[in-house]
Design a protein around this ligand. Structure first.
Ligand SMILES: O=C(O)CCC(=O)C(=O)O
Ligand SMILES: [Fe+2]
Length: 291
């Protein structure tokens, strides 16, 4: 089964604040249709990652920083629930915060192109994220000053990551390639070139959701649920193998606040009783429905 999500135009996010708020309250996510110029910048970043994935294993092995996890990562245990169930994909991660390390890792043409294109993609996605965040914030606190600024002053820039995942037929040895999980960050902006992503919007079943070629999927991570005091539910998701998909690429912008800045919950009303909210609407926190 596939899910039909609201599509908001990148060019008109602010004009559609009400619809954006409503779809995020209901599903914690929406599709954003990109302007062709933005789409080109982002696709270029993805292509540069693909060029690097196609490099020989020894080139990729030299492009690893195991402390920060920027650069290349082979099959791993990012979200899997046990050491015996690694996520079945390779990935490349870029962050502005770790640019110095990435420069240190760069070896040849493919790495240099990847670094350049990733920076441009990172900035384009950061701008969309900040506009999305400010627009959602305007629904919670109408009339309040716009709190978040885009890169380079962005509060998000230090902690955010741009990651490309690559699933190939040799690696896809299980039917579930990435186990069901929540993203711990504020918002994830995701695009992909093949089916496989599934969302669990009701926390009991999964629906396929692949953003169309000119769109990205924007969804709440668990930090967003906290920031919005439970208004926007966390989106649980997984990646599955499908018989017609031999290779799949996806790119995610994991938007994080800067680790050294305070993040204040939106709106007013004093302290929330989180235990009570969780008991009344557990799915908002990704908890199973209570009997
Ligand atoms: O590859 C995808 O489409 C999703 C990957 C994902 O959920 C993640 O890396 O957090
Ligand atoms: Fe994820």
């Amino acid at each position: 089964m596939k899910v039909k999500l609201a599509t908001i135009e990148e060019a008109a996010m602010e004009d559609n604040a009400g619809e954006l708020d409503e779809t995020f309250r209901r599903n914690g996510c929406c599709l954003i249709r990109l302007k062709p110029t933005t789409s080109n910048v982002i696709r270029k970043a993805m292509e540069a990652s693909v060029a690097l994935f196609r490099q020989p294993a020894e080139v990729k092995a030299a492009f690893v920083d195991s402390t920060t996890r920027v650069g290349y990562r082979s099959v791993g245990i990012e979200y899997s629930q046990s050491l015996n169930r690694p996520d079945l994909m390779e990935s490349l991660s870029y962050s502005i915060k770790h640019e110095g390390i990435i420069h240190g890792l760069a070896q040849g043409e493919a790495e240099t192109e990847w670094r350049k294109s990733s920076r441009a993609g990172f900035q384009a996605l950061d701008l969309i994220f900040i506009r999305l965040l400010n627009t959602l914030h305007s629904s919670v606190s109408p009339g309040r000053a716009v709190p978040y600024k885009p890169f380079p002053d962005s509060f998000s820039a230090n902690g955010s990551f741009l990651q490309t995942n690559h699933y190939t037929s040799e690696l896809m040895s299980r039917s579930i390639l990435q186990d069901c999980h929540e993203d711990a960050n504020l918002v994830t902006l995701l695009l992909s070139d093949a089916d496989g992503l599934e969302l669990s919007l009701d926390r009991s079943s999964f629906v396929g959701c692949s953003p169309p070629a000119d769109c990205l999927l924007a969804f709440s991570g668990s930090l967003m649920t906290k920031l919005s005091r439970g208004r926007y539910p966390t989106v649980y998701h997984r990646v599955v193998r499908l018989p017609h998909v031999m290779e799949r690429k996806s790119m995610m912008y994991f938007a994080n606040p800067s680790p050294d800045e305070f993040l204040f919950p939106w709106g007013t009303g004093g302290e929330e009783n989180l235990a009570q909210i969780a008991a009344e609407s557990p799915q908002r926190f990704g908890l199973p429905k209570l009997a």
